[in-house]
Design a protein around this ligand. Structure first.
Ligand SMILES: Cc1cc2nc3c(=O)[nH]c(=O)nc-3n(C[C@H](O)[C@H](O)[C@H](O)COP(=O)(O)OP(=O)(O)OC[C@H]3O[C@@H](n4cnc5c(N)ncnc54)[C@H](O)[C@@H]3O)c2cc1C
Length: 486
């Protein structure tokens, strides 16, 4: 504990860090004051957005409930306010008599603008603001090219190399000290326009699809512990198979900060130490670490290139002649394209709010290259459903799949049939999500070619496009577009 600790009341504003442990901003608040109260703002701008997903909001509310209990255990409270943070935060800070508000910074354009405005309002009222970094191992700006102009990276591989050379930070400890708020302080906090954490229904959402990981810090820690003790060592191979639980399932927890990235990274180090002489297992650990670095890469590039949130990185994609056929788009959303691996994945997304990474790549390639539909339609649809929907990772994944992003490979087209055969060879995944064709022989599932009558009798559909034809067409459109920009 620092010598200069005060008894001033300090607010800690939680946003994408719904936890107490390994939370850098919260740790700093505890270093400053013996009286820390948590606050969360239900921001209508985010909750009423047209890309909000019931699964995501429901998961977030679950995390908040657990966090509120943790604050009570410490003798403090998590206060919840509803409304524009630019107005509600300063009002709350004054009502409780806070001398400072702490928070962890974010990379998203909306959050950065919002934070600037909240900070200005607070400072106008002589309330100090302390905003630092937490959600990344290495802050944006720490990883730059070694050229004289020291630029942010736009390509993953050199970013990863540089990232890996940086010193790794250990997790910060959880607060253990009890917070002795006086009854008067508690009362003023509770009367300061705060609300109870609403139920899903009170926010107008309904989610019955479950979660890949239970909400909250305890579940995230348990999942991490389980993953690094076992599945991480097979991750390099199992992660490709959607029918196998071969990935961590931590994405929603990382998105909402139910677990800290330093804690996750440290766990990978322990795993690596435990398998030093096992080449395959070490490969598994390294491959998983790479995925965590992809997460950092996409967040870092969004920070430096905020325009990515609104459109393609590469110029030639700005006026790309997408065909945007609404009926085809609907068939894609409904999982009725006639390509079983695509349809299984889209049903998994709708029913569970989560989709396996390999399948995210397959359906994104299919939407953009086979159906010639603007990747932004798919990006929005994903955000409307994903429990882990995250602007940086989702935008990065979609631009990678559409070929409009920073990836140096010019044009990537997946063949949905060969992808299905390769990654779901016995069609276990397809059968799970497409029960109507469960009884078909595996080779017929992958081979397609149901006659219209057969498809009808199974309650399924024949392919809405021919991949071979569409691939050729897309390459032609792409060639013309490239020429236009050369
Ligand atoms: C089109 C498309 C859209 C995507 N949208 C999202 C999204 O909205 N939110 C999201 O978290 N991930 C997204 N991803 C990345 C990836 O699919 C998910 O992170 C992963 O499937 C989550 O499952 P997991 O936690 O079991 O991952 P694991 O395989 O266990 O990976 C561990 C963690 O690393 C991070 N990660 C893994 N792969 C990536 C990646 N390619 N890019 C960035 N971070 C990654 C995630 O935080 C993940 O939880 C998208 C990928 C594609 C191709």
């Amino acid at each position: 504990m620092s010598d200069t600790i005060t008894s001033d009341l300090v607010l800690f504003w939680h946003r994408r860090d719904l936890r107490l442990s390994d939370n850098q901003g919260l740790h700093a608040a505890f270093e400053r004051s013996e009286k820390v109260i948590g606050v969360f703002c239900l921001d209508p701008h985010l909750l009423n957005a047209d890309d909000v997903a019931p699964a995501r909001v429901s998961y977030m509310l679950g995390c908040l409930r657990e966090l509120a209990t943790s604050y009570r255990t410490l003798g403090s409270r998590l206060l919840v306010v509803q409304g524009d943070p630019i107005a509600t935060l300063p009002t709350l800070a004054i009502a409780v008599g806070a001398s400072a508000v702490y928070w962890n910074r974010d990379v998203e354009p909306y959050a950065r603008q919002r934070d600037r405005e909240v900070a200005a309002e607070l400072r106008d009222r002589q309330i100090s603001v302390e905003a630092g970094w937490d959600q990344l191992m290495h802050i944006p700006g720490a990883i730059r090219t070694s050229t004289i102009d020291s630029k942010p990276y736009t390509v993953f591989t050199p970013f990863r190399k540089n990232w890996s050379r940086q010193p790794q930070t250990d997790p910060v400890p959880s607060p253990t000290r009890a917070i002795d708020l006086t009854p008067a302080e508690l009362q003023s906090a509770q009367q300061a326009g705060t609300i109870e954490i609403p139920s899903d229904g009170a926010l107008g959402i309904e989610w019955n699809g479950g979660f890949p990981i239970a909400p909250g810090e305890a579940a995230a820690k348990a999942k991490l512990k389980q993953f690094v003790a076992d599945a991480i060592f097979r991750y390099h191979t199992d992660r490709e198979l959607p029918s196998v639980v071969g990935t961590s399932g931590l994405s929603a927890a990382l998105k909402f900060g139910a677990i800290g990235i330093r804690e996750v990274w440290q766990a990978t180090h322990q795993a690596a130490k435990g398998c030093r002489n096992d080449v395959a297992a070490s490969d598994g650990v390294r491959t998983w670490q790479d995925e965590l670095i992809w997460r950092e890469f996409y967040q870092t590039v969004l920070y430096f290139f905020p325009a990515l949130a609104d459109g393609p990185y590469r110029e030639m994609w700005q006026d790309f002649p997408w065909e945007n056929d609404r009926r085809k788009f609907q068939a894609w959303c409904d999982g009725r394209t006639g390509y079983p691996i695509v349809d299984a994945a889209m049903r998994q997304l709708k029913e569970t709010g989560w989709m396996h990474n390999r399948c995210r790549m397959i359906v994104a390639s299919f939407l953009t290259k086979d159906l010639c539909i603007d990747w932004r339609w798919g990006e929005r649809y994903f955000m409307q459903h994903l429990v882990d929907g995250d602007l940086a990772a989702n935008n990065g994944g979609w631009q990678w799949s559409a070929s409009s992003g920073m990836d140096p490979k010019p044009l990537r087209i997946f063949n949905p049939t060969t992808q299905g055969k390769k990654f779901d060879p016995d069609a276990t995944y397809i059968r799970k999500w497409l029960p109507e064709i469960r009884t078909l022989e595996t080779k017929r599932i992958h081979g397609g070619g149901l006659t219209p009558l057969e498809a009808q009798s199974y309650g399924y559909v024949t392919p809405i496009v021919d991949h071979t034809v569409q691939q050729k067409r897309f390459k032609e459109i792409y060639k013309q577009q490239k020429e236009k920009y050369s």
